[in-house]
Design a protein around this ligand. Sequence first.
Ligand SMILES: *[C@@H]1O[C@H](CO)[C@@H](O)[C@H](O)[C@H]1NC(C)=O
Ligand SMILES: *[C@@H]1O[C@H](CO)[C@@H](O)[C@H](O)[C@H]1NC(C)=O
Ligand SMILES: *[C@@H]1O[C@H](CO)[C@@H](O)[C@H](O)[C@H]1NC(C)=O
Ligand SMILES: *[C@@H]1O[C@H](CO)[C@@H](O)[C@H](O)[C@H]1NC(C)=O
Ligand SMILES: *[C@@H]1O[C@H](CO)[C@@H](O)[C@H](O)[C@H]1NC(C)=O
Ligand SMILES: *[C@@H]1O[C@H](CO)[C@@H](O)[C@H](O)[C@H]1NC(C)=O
Ligand SMILES: *[C@@H]1O[C@H](CO)[C@@H](O)[C@H](O)[C@H]1NC(C)=O
Length: 464
Amino acid sequence: MVSLFGGKEIEGMKEMVSLKLTVPIFMLFLCLHICCGSTLTYVKDPVLTIKQEDSMLPMISPTGTPQPFLPLLAPSPLAPFTNATVPKLSGLCTLNFSVAESLMSVTSVDCWSVFAPLLANVICCPQLEATLTILLGQSSKETNVLALNGTVAKHCLSDIEQILVGQGANDSLAQICSVHSSNLTYASCPVIDVNEFEDTVDTSKLLAACEKIDPVKECCAQTCQNAILEAATRIASKASDLLSTDGAHDILPDGVSKVNDCKSIVLRWLASKLNPSHAKEVLRGLSNCKINKVCPLVFPNMKHVAMGCGNGISNQTACCTAMESYVSHLQKQSFITNLQALDCAASLGMKLRKSNITENVYSLCHISLKDFSLQVGNQVSGCLLPSLPSDATFDSSGVSFLCDLNDNIPAPWPTSSQGAGSSCSKNVKIPALPAAASAESGLYNDDVMLSLLLASGVVLMMIL
Ligand SMILES: *[C@@H]1O[C@H](CO)[C@@H](O)[C@H](O)[C@H]1NC(C)=O
Ligand SMILES: *[C@@H]1O[C@H](CO)[C@@H](O)[C@H](O)[C@H]1NC(C)=O
Ligand SMILES: *[C@@H]1O[C@H](CO)[C@@H](O)[C@H](O)[C@H]1NC(C)=O
Ligand SMILES: *[C@@H]1O[C@H](CO)[C@@H](O)[C@H](O)[C@H]1NC(C)=O
Ligand SMILES: *[C@@H]1O[C@H](CO)[C@@H](O)[C@H](O)[C@H]1NC(C)=O
Ligand SMILES: *[C@@H]1O[C@H](CO)[C@@H](O)[C@H](O)[C@H]1NC(C)=O
Ligand SMILES: *[C@@H]1O[C@H](CO)[C@@H](O)[C@H](O)[C@H]1NC(C)=O
């Protein structure tokens, strides 16, 4: 129903395609940025970049020939680019895509073809979810409802995928990000009518708490998150009224999932009250809080490490060989933020302790935080994303995103086999880490704060 792209965008898309056709090889530029400051605010927004293909690589990869970035990723055939055309839309989706046109372009780059699975957890899926929420919220201004019905939702999800894929996004995004058409519906939340919502919820309080969030403080203070939970609980409790008149609901979803479904409704309402780019900042800020609390890596069986390092570590070489081999498997999974690396170090440490490894094998084997991340180049540098990751960008040289190459911050060994106990009360000592990233005090001293911080833009080009 809505013509999405004017002639301008189509021209732009062709340009992008022809660029891809002329780019000769899949390669990497690392752009270095040296931060000498030590204040949080400074690093919160790492500034880039010097893009210089000849001088940069050798600095990162001083020995031997420069390795291509992520050798494990064979260049894809790039079929989507060569076929980039105006997407064929169903015509049955009621969303107005033009309100979120630029958000959708950003989403396509964040979820770019082969990178989508690697950036899924931290950048791609949060951006996709924010885009969906904003599309639904903005649409409610016309329709007065905060959800689509099942039929329309199917068409819309499919149309959105078509549009994104047309701009270079991976074609399995719904699967990668576990988005189903039901995520665009009311699911089990009983309130979707805007007027009813506004009658039920203390909207001025909600808006005051969420119209502006400090992405670092919010993770600890949870001002907006609490307001969302309160509003969601409020509308979820309306279920009982509805049920008394609706016998069709035999199986009730449990209260928790109902409140969760209602949280999506609350977010859509918020997204209808803010302009799209502002709403995006808020939504991504909220998802960052969630993301940074959890290590997204999957830990494979650790029996080799347990064998090599267990029972008092009789042979340090054997132990560290086993440890390095184990960590190298983790390094193939995905990009993670620096805070997630802390979570991962804690989780792995606790698992190791549970296998009777009581010595600090991180220190013994010189395991650092960046060892938990995908490696850039020839196992030289890990690429940890900043805890407030910025979107990937696309320019004439390809897709790029920022890494914090924090200089060898040692992985903290958990002091007990119990939970890490993240605390918001302690001061942040790692640049760019939100305060949730507490660690043992004294671990990150001023020397680390002042140590060289490399923020790199990883610029990728793809072979045709
Ligand atoms: C690209 O277009 C050609 C010709 O229309 C078609 O045969 C091919 O399947 C398309 N490829 C993709 C990935 O859509
Ligand atoms: C869609 O949104 C755009 C921009 O906000 C607006 O100009 C246009 O009228 C809307 N189209 C429809 C069909 O509502
Ligand atoms: C999309 O992601 C999947 C992983 O889920 C990957 O196997 C596939 O190669 C990607 N597609 C493209 C076109 O890069
Ligand atoms: C779903 O919504 C659309 C548009 O709002 C409407 O035309 C259609 O009848 C609805 N379908 C059902 C099953 O309610
Ligand atoms: C979509 O809904 C399913 C349950 O229906 C849920 O498990 C999943 O997390 C949701 N996805 C998103 C992106 O919210
Ligand atoms: C320690 O282990 C390494 C590698 O497994 C082996 O080569 C070496 O001989 C072992 N050293 C001792 C003292 O057992
Ligand atoms: C750890 O050591 C204890 C006592 O030595 C033993 O009972 C237990 O089976 C060991 N656990 C593992 C996972 O090896």
